[in-house]
Design a protein around this ligand. Structure first.
Ligand code: IDP
Length: 140
């Protein structure tokens, strides 16, 4: 299996409720190593740019407003099959459909305020990591 890196974001609904440590424990328990991490507050323009692929979706405005509504923790996770593994630990987008034990099942408030973001493919992981981090900040 390949060692991969993926971009994770702990979203404003979760930082607001002091869930960063509990969410990080889920990643580490699943064998994902946090090789970079920082707490930032995105501007609406930055959040809009990050989610530009969703610009035509009906929820885009709401998503951008939410992601700029408070601090986020952006991080790079590394491990075997990290992209799929992280998606597994996150659970389904809508917490109502998320499996027991997943982050979204346990912590998400709604389909929009769903506590975490994770890259969905190797190419997007690469782009999303570069959006937030320089190579020097990745300490594997
Ligand atoms: P993902 O985060 O599980 O990959 P995507 O479909 O890529 O899900 O959607 C990106 C983000 O947009 C979701 O995590 C969620 O915050 C938000 N979102 C998706 N669908 C809806 C919706 O129907 N209403 C409000 N927000 C949504």
């Amino acid at each position: 299996m390949a060692i991969e890196r993926t971009l994770s974001i702990i979203k404003p609904d979760a930082t607001k409720r002091n869930l960063t440590g509990k969410i990080n424990a889920k990643f580490e328990d699943a064998g994902l190593r946090i090789i970079a991490q920082k707490r930032i507050h995105l501007s609406p323009a930055q959040a809009g740019q990050f989610y530009i692929v969703h610009k035509d979706r009906p929820f885009y405005g709401e998503l951008v407003e939410f992601m700029a509504s408070g601090p986020v923790v952006v991080q790079v996770l590394e491990g075997e099959n990290a992209i799929a593994k992280n998606r597994e630990v996150m659970g389904a987008t809508n917490p109502a459909n998320a499996d027991e034990g997943t982050i979204r099942k346990e912590f998400a408030l709604s389909v929009g305020e769903n506590s975490v973001h994770g890259s969905d493919a190797p190419e997007t992981a690469k782009e999303e990591i570069a959006f937030f981090f320089s190579g020097l900040e990745l300490v594997g």
